[in-house]
Write a protein that binds this ligand. Structure first.
Ligand SMILES: NC(=O)c1ccc[n+]([C@@H]2O[C@H](COP(=O)([O-])OP(=O)(O)OC[C@H]3O[C@@H](n4cnc5c(N)ncnc54)[C@H](OP(=O)(O)O)[C@@H]3O)[C@@H](O)[C@H]2O)c1
Length: 339
């Protein structure tokens, strides 16, 4: 059954919901085609305090998100409270539309993540109290190199960067948080601070970045968003780090406002699950944020996506879900088409 929700541009979804105070088990994600397993928001289980906190860490603790259904593609088969994946994924922009889905999916896969956020409070609102072994939160703004303390990158094996701001002036530009500052300077600062041992950085960019002077992209680029995203991309490409760049079309499926969590969750299943991937910046269309989040996570583990740039759209129909082989086929077929 379809639910009508209102996508908004400035509100992270769940922002109106105080999940941490509800003494019951709430399914945070339904059995989504893209998110099998879904996971549950367990507010009852206490975990022992962790000893490995860094001074800047603001990890929320003591409660845990549990995976309810095992997934063939899951990194871990162990207890959901004990991450056994060797990955530690640093997510930047983890409270944004794509980012919150990335983080939720990493939690559901039992992969340890670390967030770098301007406002760590947002993480507790979105993800509840988590064991520090699963989710760590550091305060930082990518525009400030001094915020990118080496301790933030200690042990990090993979990075997913989904930061961004609005293409046109808005409240989100307050404090000079413009595309130039976020998509160019922020990405440059971040990449400059990353350790060379990193196994992969996935950068979420945008379709149209190579054509920002051409219509219709020049309209979107009136305040430079595509130009600055391309500069960020180029910095990543020239960094020597193993990278994958994902360029989404126009994003759908969130962020949402909703007065009812279950309604919201059903809506996030979305209808656009069939995935189109291209190369060469020729793809024009829309893509579900769920699909983009999944593509970022899949790319971490698919060797041949290293050093590649992909455009991504999604359309109505069945999609690859979290099936690694299907994603490999999709990424591979994009490369063949552009060859
Ligand atoms: N909207 C579209 O149709 C579209 C199309 C193509 C590509 N994209 C790109 O796709 C990506 C994901 O989009 P989205 O709409 O899901 O993202 P979003 O909701 O706009 O989230 C952006 C995230 O970046 C964070 N951020 C902003 N400035 C920051 C800074 N200076 N330091 C650290 N974090 C900062 C935000 O956190 P705060 O809470 O601190 O602001 C937020 O978590 C973005 O790069 C976007 O530009 C969007």
């Amino acid at each position: 059954m379809a639910f009508k929700l209102t996508p908004v541009t400035n509100l992270p979804f769940f922002s109106k919901l105080n999940l941490t105070k509800r003494p019951q088990t709430i399914p945070l994600f339904p059995p989504l085609p893209l998110y099998s397993p879904y996971f549950q928001y367990s507010l009852t289980r206490k975990l022992p305090p962790s000893s490995s906190s860094s001074p800047r860490s603001n990890a929320v603790s003591e409660q845990v998100v549990e995976s309810l259904i095992s997934d063939s593609n899951q990194d871990s088969q162990n207890s959901p409270s004990t991450p056994s994946s060797s990955k530690l994924v640093l997510v930047i922009g983890g409270t944004g539309g794509v980012g919150q889905l990335v983080v939720a999916s990493l939690l559901s896969r039992n992969i340890k993540s670390r967030l770098l956020l301007r406002n760590p409070e947002k993480a507790s609102a979105l993800f509840g109290e988590q064991d520090e072994e699963k989710l760590q939160v550091h305060k930082g703004d990518t525009r400030n190199p001094e915020d990118l303390d080496p301790s933030i990158f200690e042990g990090v094996t993979h990075v997913i960067c989904c930061t961004g701001t609005t293409a046109f002036p808005s409240k989100r530009w307050d404090g000079d948080n413009t595309p130039e500052k976020v998509d160019w300077e922020g990405v440059r600062n971040l990449v400059s601070a990353l350790p060379p041992s990193l196994k992969r950085i996935v950068l979420v960019s945008s379709v149209g970045v190579t054509k920002f002077n051409e219509l219709p992209w020049s309209v979107m680029n009136l305040f430079g968003v595509l130009k600055y995203k391309k500069m960020g991309e180029d910095f990543v490409r020239n960094s020597g780090l193993p990278f994958t760049i994902i360029r989404p079309g126009r994003l759908t499926d969130g962020p949402y406002t909703s007065y009812d969590l279950n309604t919201l969750l059903q809506a996030t299943a979305g209808e656009r699950r069939a995935v189109l991937i291209g190369q060469g910046d020729n793809l024009v269309g829309e893509v579900s944020r769920l699909v983009v989040a999944e593509a970022c996570i899949q790319a971490l583990d698919i060797d041949f996506t290293r050093g590649q740039i992909y455009e991504i759209n999604s359309v109505q129909g069945e999609g690859p879900g979290s099936d690694k082989e299907k994603w490999e086929e999709l990424f591979k077929s994009a490369e063949k088409k552009s060859a």
